[in-house]
Design a protein around this ligand. Structure first.
Ligand code: 5GP
Length: 114
């Protein structure tokens, strides 16, 4: 069921997580397998399996999520240099099918990404 992903369980506090930020709309947690010194996951509470499933009705929520990503990055001390990643679909290495933004920073971030 799409409301039963790992991240829904973390939001419902059925599973533990290192929560760095939460409000009515979203939660930010530390990734359990960090790919950078700072690796946070910003997860909306609105169920949305993939970014590609977004509809016009999601526009406001997604806009707020991006604004929040900048705030969370600043609060984590990486406001001047961070990368947002959204893996969309199994072919792009998405493993948890509830939308989440990876916020990565704290080391040099090269370009292009892999
Ligand atoms: P995706 O591959 O779907 O874009 O990202 C899922 C992320 O969730 C991965 O970076 C993975 O390390 C992270 N992850 C998987 N299981 C857990 C968990 O139990 N707790 C936390 N905090 N992160 C997890």
């Amino acid at each position: 069921m799409s409301e039963d992903t790992l991240f829904h369980k973390i939001i419902r506090r059925e599973l533990p997580a290192d929560v760095v930020y939460e409000d009515d709309d979203c939660i930010a947690i530390r990734d359990i397998n960090p790919q950078a010194p700072v690796h946070l996951l910003l997860i909306p509470k609105t169920t949305l399996p993939r970014l590609a499933d977004a509809e016009p009705a999601h526009a406001e929520m997604l806009g707020r999520l991006l604004v929040k990503a900048g705030e969370v990055a600043r609060a984590a001390g990486i406001g001047d240099a961070f990368r947002l990643v959204v893996n969309n679909g199994a072919g792009a290495c998405q493993t948890v099918f509830q939308l989440h933004l990876h916020i990565l920073g704290g080391r040099p971030l090269s370009w292009p990404p892999g």
